[in-house]
Design a binder for this molecule. Structure first.
Ligand code: FAD
Length: 625
């Protein structure tokens, strides 16, 4: 008999104590603090690349080592003739970031998450503490790809064809960006199709193995007339198992994929815990470097070719404004001299999120941590990275249209299946993840603890509401003012209500789920007791209370055509009105793509690097744009 199996069988009989599960988020937060302190100490003590110890002059400086910045850094430093510096405000990811099942517990920790508070929302988010959202985004190498839920979704062909139209640059069309998606990818999932999927790239993409509940999800969708095609081929309305950026049971962030393999290049330097405060310009408005603060000291390295901002949809507009690029009246109100008067921080977009369910099921087909997680799970993960810890809670996705008239080829509603039942600390855990007032979800699921269920997160893929980002002060360490402005366009609420009703039908009216007697929880959501359950008024009240972010902030320094007065960037991602400065991250999108953003942002990183290399490798005499 295999002795390790004996140990596993024994450990499998030992439940994880309830006290541990109930306090998991606090335990994780404490472990993260210790690991982050250790990382910081290690970073201060040594510089892994002696060649650069006293270097201050580089060819390219990249600000932010997140989803896009990591790709740009890897591709530029692959040319040994370029000296490349990557500045990142956070440190290395910790071991907890690599365990998929820990994803939700890694949020809201100041050492690895910026936790930028939004402005209080006045027409939604009523269940949120202080009516605002503490917007999670990675402050860590790999950026938000080290903190996210690992779903890999490219978006719809119409998204990119629309970008090509809006910028007047055909190189952004779906046909022309597809090779960049494929270039990054090493796909080992269930739907290989060489026309759409890449193999041998640096970014590992796998798919969730079909299990019975995913099969039910797909067959319920077929009963409602939807397809089960993979959305990362040619996307239309479809229900399918989720693709994930994982490898061998571990998160595959852009740190793992793009930064780690480049760390021993002698022309590449990464400086961690470096908070960039501004871009510096010469008298001709050419970007010549940046200023950053590390351990309380200020440094100003120079870039002979370009500075590339990849600080994300909040970070990049923030740095632009601090550097004198933005609405001139706004900048001057803080005493900042305008270098280029542009619409920085306008056009902010996000996929507003809410929940459908929980749908109660009368069979043991969901995962309930107090019932299903044992010490054996920990042993399995430590031994070979398998078992429940090797996977986050998402199982499958559904994309469909609730637009009026419907546009099935460009779905606007994105639903994610979490096959999780109601464990004992379900309410507390949920309030923590979404920053809700204490007791909100506990009261909503009252009477259903221990029941099997399915929960759906659903979000609006093509919202019409727009928010803004502005400076709070001229102090670079003050967090900017982020106004999410959800539901300011009336169509957004209507499309969300139609989506919610359609998902309730999927559970209650199809044979695939009727066999479990699937029923929407019959409790009122706290704050909406005065409405009749299942009325449109009730659903609107529910959505205005349980409003969340999908953490897909984007479009806040958009690219555009030469005649678009609101564009911050040209279609080669160069900041207008200055030289030597580009932006490459989620902020460059003119309109948000209809699904999750990590994959399109990685594509943006690939395409940005290719454009930069194109410009600088073309001619040794090229003196800049
Ligand atoms: C909790 C969460 C869950 C998500 N789930 C998914 C998902 O499952 N699937 C998906 O596709 N997308 C998901 N997303 C969204 C996706 O991860 C992001 O849209 C994407 O990573 C953004 O990439 P980016 O390069 O624009 O910014 P980021 O990846 O956030 O990178 C920006 C980097 O810049 C650094 N930085 C910022 N300011 C400064 C400064 N002043 N000085 C130095 N460095 C700075 C940051 O620390 C960070 O490392 C999620 C996001 C979050 C936060």
């Amino acid at each position: 008999m295999d002795p390790s199996n004996t140990i596993f069988n024994f450990l499998n009989t030992i439940p994880i104590p309830t006290i541990v599960l109930a306090n998991l988020k606090n335990i994780i937060v404490r472990i993260t603090t210790v690991l982050a302190l250790f990382n910081h100490g290690f970073d201060s003590a040594m510089d892994p690349n002696p060649l650069f110890r006293s270097c201050n002059n580089y060819d390219f400086i990249i600000v932010g080592g997140g989803s896009a910045g990591a790709v740009v850094a890897n591709r530029l430093s692959a040319n040994p003739n370029f000296k490349v510096l990557l500045l990142e405000a956070g440190g290395n990811p910790t071991v907890l970031n690599s365990i998929p099942a820990m994803a939700t517990y890694n949020l809201h920790h100041p050492d690895t998450d910026w936790m930028t508070p939004s402005e209080p929302l006045t027409t939604s988010c009523f269940a949120c503490k202080d009516n605002l959202i503490k917007i999670a985004r990675g402050k860590i190498l790999g950026g938000s790809s080290s903190l996210n839920f690992m779903v890999y979704m490219r978006g719809n062909p119409n998204d990119f064809d629309n970008w090509a139209n809006l910028t007047g640059n055909a190189s952004w069309s779906y046909e022309n960006v597809l090779p960049y998606f494929k270039k990054s990818e090493d796909y080992t999932g269930n739907y290989p199709d060489p026309k759409y999927r890449g193999t041998g790239g640096l970014l590992s993409v796998t798919s969730k193995p079909d299990d019975p509940i995913i099969k039910d999800w797909m067959s319920a969708a077929r009963e409602m007339g939807f397809k089960n095609s993979n959305a990362n081929a040619y996307q239309t309305s479809t229900f399918f198992p989720v693709d994930l950026t994982t490898k061998d049971g571990r998160r595959w962030s852009t740190y793992k994929a793009f930064i780690q393999p480049a760390l021993d290049r002698s022309n590449f330097k990464v400086i961690r815990y470096a908070h960039v405060t501004q871009v510096n310009f010469d008298s001709t408005k050419r970007a010549i470097g940046v200023t950053y603060i590390k351990n309380g000291r200020t440094f100003s390295p120079t870039a002979s070719q370009e500075v590339i901002l990849s600080a994300g949809a909040i970070g990049s507009p923030h740095i632009l404004m601090l550097s004198g690029i933005g609405h001139s009246d706004h900048l001057e109100s803080f005493g900042i001299r305008t270098i280029s008067n542009l619409h920085v921080g306008d056009n902010l977009q996000d996929h507003v999120l809410s929940l459908a369910g929980p749908f109660m099921l009368n069979d043991t087909v969901s995962y309930i941590s107090d019932r299903d997680l044992s010490m054996g799970a920990a042993e399995l993960y430590l031994r070979n990275h398998t078992g429940p810890l090797a996977s986050d809670a998402m199982a499958a996705i559904g994309l469909f249209s609730t637009a009026q008239p419907p546009e099935p080829n460009w779905p606007n509603l994105n639903a994610v299946l979490y096959p999780v039942g109601i464990h004992k600390s379900f309410g507390e855990d949920f309030d923590f993840i979404f920053g809700l007032k204490d007791g909100t979800i506990k009261s909503y699921v009252n009477g259903f603890i221990g029941r099997d269920a399915n929960l759906l997160g659903f979000n609006l893929g093509l919202p019409k509401s727009r928010g803004t980002i502005r400076l709070r002060s001229a102090n670079p360490l003050d967090k900017p003012v982020v106004d999410l402005n959800y539901f300011s366009h009336p169509d957004d609420m209507k499309e969300m209500i139609r989506g919610l009703k359609m998902l309730i039908k999927l559970y209650e009216k199809t044979e695939a789920f009727r066999k479990y007697n699937a029923t929407l929880i019959p409790n009122h959501f706290p704050g909406c007791e005065h409405h009749i359950l299942r009325s449109d008024e009730y659903y609107e009240c529910f959505l205005r209370h349980l409003t969340g972010t999908t953490w897909h902030l984007s479009c806040s320094a958009k690219m555009g055509s030469a005649d678009d007065p609101n564009a911050v960037l040209d279609s080669r991602l160069r900041v207008r009105g200055v030289k030597g400065l580009r932006v490459a991250d989620a902020s460059i999108m003119p309109r948000i793509t209809n699904a999750n953003l990590n994959a399109p942002v990685i594509m943006i990183g690939e395409k940005a690097a290719s454009m930069i290399l194109d410009d600088w490798e073309r001619s040794t005499e090229f003196q800049g744009f």
